[in-house]
Design a protein around this ligand. Structure first.
Ligand SMILES: Nc1ncnc2c1ncn2[C@@H]1O[C@H](COP(=O)(O)OP(=O)(O)OP(=O)(O)O)[C@@H](O)[C@H]1O
Ligand SMILES: O=C(O)[C@H](O)CO
Length: 531
């Protein structure tokens, strides 16, 4: 398996930093940049950065709160254990009690991965409840949601409720509006997800049939002060949709929910209880979901970690590694085929060698990139800004440009193999780079795609690193890339290729801000401006 070369390991007393950096391959640098992105959004780090305690004052988001043994804590999500451990370290004796709902088995898994700092110490005042096996709401998660509701409902106006939220929070906080049963709610969300609904659509429906989502938790916590710290795993960081927005008051209208259910052919096959809840609200033209609303002046919602924050830190690391950082967008989505094509075109635009009399067709390539933009969630403005920098870098002596992007592309599963969207994207982009630019002899662009949670689909890898030499390497080992792709078997492919050297294996990271893409683009071998 490939290992990440740590810069600290390659710098010796005799070796100056610049020399160490120069001796690192582009692949090693891409791995370092990814590691920096993940490090920037570690749960303990992001909590430490936003919660500042000085004596009996707690500062967060520009506001100051008096501490007098009045802090209560609840949380739900895949990264919440590490967030809670740090929050408890900071508020210390002022924490009265807490309840968090975290994924089934997470404490054992974190222990196995040596992530003790993300676990709560013996004697912690926070109760950890595990549930939502396979990321689906279950009876354990429902019990945790009920404990969280009870804690929030018991507060007075001198209390402060700290709410910790991260991705996976929706499944970990199920509280269906009666008479809807947990099973019925689960069926509706499962069918929607299977029919291809986006997370935005899924959570719009979820919060309309839930007591705690869509601002319900904030309403329960009244009259206490509420501070919600959010690690975002949704493109654009929409507060009302991350974990279905339990602390965010929002407008929810029956027509909007019916439109989504109709779009996916579910409106006529809904359980009677769900139809009843939606109809009742519709006949009163009432707001759906939670009853009651919070006094917004007593609620502070703060995004403390996101894909954008990870990309920003990755950019700083790239610069330390002698690369020119260029952030494209934290909102890349769409089918991995289109995303791979998009990166292939960008690489050709930046790196095609120029031979006299054969100018690189930059305007045509730019048009193709712009046309693909809407399909992959990237704004024309971001594309034009990026193309401008890439064009300028063609005749500068900057060394490689480090193009950074993030988001959550999708894979249409047609096979039964083992893989994930990052490994499939890396495989497809490697092939695009080979087709557009040739193998590059180790000097061409390098592409990395990795899930910041360290787990890409149901595999042990987070993603993979590729370049234009991928097709030749595969051929050399008799691996048919087409059949691996048709079977969505990217993990098996990369495990076989060069004994797994191209896999990205950081292990479980304990955080999640979607995926990070790193493309290192060396300047073309020789360039004469063709216009
Ligand atoms: N064999 C496969 N090849 C490619 N993609 C796959 C494969 N199996 C599952 N996937 C994709 O992996 C995704 C689920 O994996 P994963 O748990 O990493 O992502 P997630 O649902 O976004 O969860 P998280 O928010 O924790 O990242 C789905 O988008 C699914 O289409
Ligand atoms: O929990 C959820 O709803 C998803 O992870 C999006 O935040």
């Amino acid at each position: 398996m490939a290992r990440v070369l740590s810069l600290s390991r390659c710098v010796s007393a005799q070796q100056p930093l610049w020399l160490a950096v120069r001796s690192m391959s582009l692949e090693q640098r891409a791995r370092e940049v990814f590691a920096a992105a993940v490090e920037a959004v570690q749960p303990d780090r992001v909590v430490r950065q936003c919660l500042e305690r000085s004596g009996n004052q707690l500062k967060v988001g520009g506001q100051s709160f008096k501490l007098h043994h009045n802090i209560h804590l609840v949380g739900f999500g895949k990264a919440v254990l590490g967030m809670a451990a740090e929050a408890e370290r900071i508020v210390g004796e002022h924490l009265v009690r807490g309840v968090i709902s975290v994924p089934h088995g997470i404490q054992d898994t974190l222990k196995q991965h040596g992530k003790e700092q993300m676990l709560l110490p013996n004697g912690s005042r926070i109760t950890v409840m595990e549930g939502a096996k396979h990321n689906l709401p279950d009876a354990d998660a429902q019990r945790a949601a009920e404990s969280i509701r009870q804690l929030a409902s018991s507060l007075t106006d001198s209390d402060l409720l700290l709410v910790l939220i991260s991705g996976g929070g929706s499944a970990l906080l199920p509280a269906p509006v009666p008479p809807i049963s947990l099973q019925e709610k689960q069926d509706v969300t499962r069918q929607l997800a299977a029919a291809g609904a986006t997370i935005q659509e899924l959570n719009t429906v979820r919060r309309s049939i839930s007591l705690l989502k869509g601002g319900g938790l904030a309403a329960c916590a009244q009259p206490a002060q509420l501070v919600s710290l959010i690690l975002s795993d949704v493109i654009g960081d929409p507060l009302d949709l991350i974990a279905s927005g339990p602390t965010v008051q929002c407008e929810m209208w029956p027509e909007q929910v019916w439109a989504i259910l109709e779009r996916y052919g579910l409106s006529s096959s809904l359980p009677a209880s769900v139809t009843e809840v939606l109809r009742q609200a519709g006949s009163q033209t009432a707001r759906l979901g939670a009853t009651g609303s919070a006094d917004e002046t007593r609620v502070l919602n703060a995004v403390i970690g996101s894909n954008g924050i990870a990309l920003e830190r990755a950019g700083r690391r790239a610069r330390e590694l002698g690369l020119r950082p260029l952030v494209l967008s934290p909102g890349v989505c769409g089918d991995v085929r289109s995303v791979a094509r998009f990166y292939g075109l960008l690489a050709r635009f930046a790196c095609s060698p120029v031979t006299p009399g054969q100018p690189v067709p930059l305007p045509e390539l730019a048009d193709q990139v712009l046309q693909l933009g809407p399909e992959v969630g990237v704004e024309s403005w971001d594309i034009m800004r990026t193309l401008k920098v890439l064009e300028d870098s063609r005749d500068e002596t900057w060394g490689a440009t480090c193009l950074l992007a993030g988001g959550e592309p999708t894979v249409q599963l047609t096979g039964k193999g083992r893989g994930g969207r990052n490994q499939e994207l890396a495989l497809r982009t490697g092939l695009e780079l080979g087709e557009g630019l040739g193998a590059g002899g180790g000097q061409g662009p390098v592409f990395l795609s990795g899930g910041t949670d360290g787990q890409d689909g149901p595999t042990e890898a987070a993603g993979a690193v590729t370049d234009g030499g991928l097709a030749a390497e595969a051929q050399g080992q008799g691996l048919q890339t087409d059949s691996f792709l048709a079977n969505n078997d990217s993990f098996t492919f990369f495990s076989s290729l060069l004994q797994g050297k191209r896999l990205l294996m950081p292990g479980l990271t304990g955080t999640n801000v979607m995926d990070v893409h790193v493309m290192l683009l060396p300047p073309p071998p020789s360039y004469t401006k063709a216009h």
